[in-house]
Unconditional design. Sequence first.
Length: 256
Amino acid sequence: MTFVRDNRDYDTNIRKIVLNQYICEKYKRMEYNDFEKALSKPRIGRFLIAAKQDKEKALRLYRQNIELSKTLFGLLSVFEVTIRNYIDKHYRVKFADSEWLKNQCGQGGMFSHPSFIKYGFEPRTKILTTIAKLGNKYTHDRLVAELSFGFWNYMFAPIQFLVGGQSLHKIYENRPKGTNQKLIFNQLDEIRSLRNRIAHHEPLIFNSKDQISTGQTEKTYGIILNHTEWLGFEPLKLYHKLDNMNELINMLTAEK
């Protein structure tokens, strides 16, 4: 049997290859001054300081910071859903109520406790506002998804933990001995802080002197992995093909 090549398809593919090569050559690198104009001098300036005025290195560091942020945001996306689901599951069982968030806003509920008014915390307001926002699309699961990571983080704050029955830490079935509410809250707050820094496009690769340093970022990354293990999951499996932190950290270390 003889196969006849369709020259039209062949020519089209060749044109696509040539065009892609042209685009890659033309746009593979933006000049530093244009990059500075796009991002602002103060933002890119920190990278220039860290790079000791080497403009090529400054651009490289900026891109490496973005890659680091992308990886961490992927891990945080999975972790955030996991932790809120475990908190939700805990209180569904504790209150024997599949709509515990809404119902605990009622008289005598945990979110109506006088301590919240005394200390100025308003989880009840956040819940009711979110329910109103959802309108006729409200379901408990949608409410869980709409509430922020900060809301779930603060379920381990002293008042929330107290009025919730002082048992929430038990969701961490593999927690080390002596792991208490205060430690969990503080570490979740570090994770929340990292999440906010990524959301606001802040650098993750500098110390306070604008020197290349990933120490704090690596510390928080370690907390994410620890909490994942305490919840009963293997990080390598839960974050399969999402976690290339070691590779990125090695690249940044080589830039010092």
